[in-house]
Design a protein around this ligand. Structure first.
Ligand code: NDP
Length: 323
């Protein structure tokens, strides 16, 4: 038997229930992992509230984790019991153990601790997708990053600094601003009001070629207003709620802008992309370029408190559960 956090319906943190379940047996192409650390990501909240739907209820939430292979199913040749592994985006993570498709996990190098992998894999791959693929930043450019002291945000600041890019980070408090600055943000804006005027001032009127907006509903239009003509709006999250009621003409009237809404699962759908991306993230962690800031650690049983902290903006950096 093992313990896991399941939901039987969508709702507030109270729907997260600690349950004891029979230990699963890995099927064909699957692996059974004993989890050493579990990532808590904003997407877990979307799945809990029902903004995103799970394939079937009841469901074990959680997308990210790291641990040790306990058993492998038929046709698994790349992994064996005892291997250290991690995964970024597979539903079913909030448990002491879990089964998972072998092609969705990666080998975890010996120098990367389990908690760092669980706090940094989904967010590190997201930062990589945003800075290297969605809009490949160039040295000397200035970018705008919302929630710069968050899990994805801090890694964006660190990675952008490494690439010679100037980051204007937006945060809700002085403390968060200080943290983002220490992690590589060049300029900090406290609060999301009046963004365009403040970005205009910081860029001598040029505005920015790209905005990375994870906040969603509350900031969408303000973000468009911060872009230079033909700039790219990257709307990649909904922390304040989902963006709705947008007219395509808004892009024309603001200078022929581009808009994209990327999802990490698409970018790492191919096995090679997952392995290559993970290698980049782990290499930069090993080199000290990326430092996964684990601001909060909770016991598995306290998953509700962990999610509450994340959705009330009480966290910085990454949040993990320890089974
Ligand atoms: P964060 O650590 O960034 O936490 C969310 C932060 O958003 C808060 O700390 C807060 O920072 C800011 N925020 C602004 N307005 C609100 C609001 N109304 N309610 C809550 N928070 C608000 O979370 P993660 O690192 O887990 O994820 C960051 C974002 O990236 C999320 O939106 C997530 O969905 C997205 N994401 C998208 C992926 C993709 O594939 N598209 C993959 C992974 C993550 P402050 O107080 O400074 O404003």
């Amino acid at each position: 038997m093992y313990r896991a956090i399941r939901i039987h319906g969508y709702g507030g943190p109270e729907v997260l229930q600690l349950e004891t379940l029979p230990t699963p047996v890995p099927g064909r192409g699957e692996i059974l992992i004993r989890q050493e650390a579990i990532g808590v990501n904003y997407i877990d909240i979307y799945f809990r509230t029902g903004l995103y739907k799970v394939p079937a209820l009841p469901a074990i939430l959680g997308m990210e984790g790291a641990g040790i292979v306990l058993a492998v199913g038929a046709d698994v040749t790349d992994f064996e019991p005892g291997d250290r592994v991690a995964y970024p985006t597979s539903l079913g993570g909030y448990g002491e153990c879990r089964t998972i498709a072998a092609d969705r996990i990666v080998p975890l190098p010996p120098d990367i601790p389990f908690d760092v992998a669980a706090g940094g894999m989904q967010r590190g791959l997201t930062a990589r997708m945003l800075l290297r693929e969605v809009y490949a930043v160039r040295p000397g450019e200035t970018i705008l990053v919302h929630a710069a002291a968050g899990g994805v945000g801090l890694l964006m600041c660190q990675w952008a600094r490494h690439l010679g890019v100037r980051t204007i980070g937006v945060v809700s408090s002085e403390e968060k601003g200080e943290l983002a600055r220490r992690n590589g943000a060049s300029d900090i804006l406290i609060g999301y009001d009046n963004l365009a005027a403040r970005v205009r001032k910081l860029t001598d009127g040029a505005m920015v070629p790209v905005v990375y907006d994870s906040v969603g509903k509350d900031t969408f239009v303000a973000s468009l207003d911060c872009l230079a003509p033909r700039g790219l709006m990257v709307s990649y999250g909904n922390s304040s709620g989902e963006v709705a009621g947008i007219s395509v003409r808004m892009l024309a009237t603001r200078g022929s802008l581009y808009l994209t809404r990327p999802g990490l699962t698409t970018y790492i759908a191919q096995r090679g992309a997952l392995l290559g991306g993970a290698r980049d993230v782990f290499d930069l962690i090993a080199q000290g370029v990326l430092r996964v800031h684990i601001g909060q650690r909770f016991a598995l049983a306290d998953a509700g408190a962990a999610q509450t902290a994340l959705e009330t903006r009480a966290t910085t950096g990454s949040t993990i559960l320890l089974p």
